[in-house]
Design a binder for this molecule. Structure first.
Ligand code: GLU
Length: 418
């Protein structure tokens, strides 16, 4: 029985199998590479504000330790399952390997609608989860970070709980912390800025002008909102955005500063008076130059892949495109895909910088952070494009083959113990 059975885990496994065939990885080595090393399931009982006790299921999955500690976000979402978290851990491994970071992949999650909890409940849940996984995380073991539904405050509670156990402050146990607690300048913006940068590189590759081009962004969280703002700085017009409640559309372009003000007041983009409401399904198929899926997995599927009317897909989310949709897009050949493990890698790259700064207690300027970030993203983009062109492979297969090969080689060199 596969304890990870879940459509998202199947998706990551299919991606692995395709690349394993391409790289001619012997069957003997495959099981060793495609399943997580460790998976922890914990029950987190939490005293609620009304005096009742609720128990939340939490997970932490660590894929491999061949290159260093494991690294990856912590997700709070009602649909979180062990299988989903495991898939996200595999993608973290290949993302870190593609960008040359000394980490294996990990991911954690709690099955909870964080928006339905009070700040006190959220804090107690976070501290309880940290307590339950405290022996499995650490600066040289596994380093969590924000993901969907978590933020700097959650990371601060996690760091505090871990540090209380250690008896001293351990900032390097998590990344994506507040800057005044040992976080890195530029970490909050890193994923979204990286997505916009790589969308721009994809447009250059196709010979498309940024100025006056159009973008649609699905998901208005930390990744989507920053990506949208950065695309506007690059000269694009954002004509559609969505959040959990639905989407908005204005063909003339949405004024993001005014949308920001609306969002700050209403905690949703819905109802923004300078745009029309649009259903999520219709948002994805709007004609545009750049489509940024920055929400959850499996949004671009066999059902809508044939109808997309964009030139570039810049994957801010992890796993937004199913293998069936990939096949359709590959056959179409008219959409340039910047795959997730490359496109959204800016977050973990700056997480790596944060970890290095914490370990050295020596902090960098935002300029240094951004300069080093774009250099790494540019290198990863170039290598992926080269492999894609030389071997006539889709960008996703090229990126995965670079990441998976590095993990495979590291494991082979270290050998099997004993
Ligand atoms: N959750 C983010 C991701 O999926 C960031 C992980 C990290 O910074 O460790 O890449």
């Amino acid at each position: 029985m596969n304890i990870y059975a879940h459509p998202t885990f199947d998706m990551a496994q299919r991606q692995f199998d395709l690349v394993a065939d391409l790289l001619a990885i012997p069957d003997n080595d495959r099981g060793w590479l495609k399943f997580p090393k460790r998976a922890l399931t914990v029950a987190c009982p939490v005293r609620m504000d009304d005096g009742s006790t609720r128990v939340f299921a939490g997970y932490r999955v660590q894929h491999h330790f061949a290159l260093g500690p494991t690294k990856g976000g912590l997700r709070y979402h009602p649909d979180v399952t062990l299988g989903e978290v495991a898939a996200l851990a595999l993608w973290m491994s290949w993302k870190c390997a593609l960008t040359g970071l000394p980490y294996g992949g990990a991911k954690g999650g709690i099955s909870v609608d964080a928006r339905s909890l009070s700040p006190g409940e959220l804090e107690r849940l976070t501290r309880r989860y940290t307590q339950e996984v405290v022996n499995f995380i650490g600066p040289q073991v596994d380093i969590p970070a924000p993901d969907v539904g978590t933020n700097e405050q959650v990371m601060a509670w996690l760091m505090d709980t871990y540090s209380t156990h250690a008896g001293h402050a351990v900032p390097a146990v998590v990344t994506g912390k507040p800057v005044h607690l040992g976080g890195s300048l530029g970490r909050r913006e890193a994923t979204g800025r990286g997505v916009a940068y790589l969308a721009g590189r994809a447009m250059d590759t196709l010979g498309l002008e940024a100025s006056g081009a159009t973008a649609v962004v699905q998901g208005y969280g930390n990744v989507g909102a920053v990506a949208a703002q950065s695309l506007v700085k690059q000269g694009l017009k954002v004509i559609g955005v969505s959040d959990v409640g639905g989407g908005i559309h204005n063909a003339a372009g949405i004024d993001l500063r005014r949308l920001e003000a609306w969002f700050a007041e209403h905690r949703t983009i819905l109802g923004f008076p300078e745009a029309e409401p649009i259903a999520n399904a219709d948002l994805l198929t709007l004609p545009c130059d750049v489509l940024v899926p920055a929400a959850l997995e499996r949004q671009i599927t066999a059902e809508n892949a044939g109808q997309l009317r964009c030139r570039v897909i810049a994957e801010g989310a992890n796993g937004p495109t199913t293998p069936e949709a990939d096949e359709i897009l590959n056959r179409r050949g008219d959409v340039f895909v910047v795959p997730d493990i490359l496109c959204n890698a800016g977050g973990v790259v700056v997480s790596y910088f944060e970890w290095v700064q914490d370990l050295q207690s020596f902090f960098w300027s935002e300029g240094e952070v951004m300069d080093k970030l774009f250099r790494i993203l540019e290198g990863a983009f170039q290598s992926t494009l080269n492999v894609s062109r030389k071997q006539n492979l889709p960008m996703r297969t090229a990126a995965l083959s670079l990441g998976i090969r590095r993990v495979w080689e590291a494991k082979k060199s270290r050998g099997l113990f004993p």
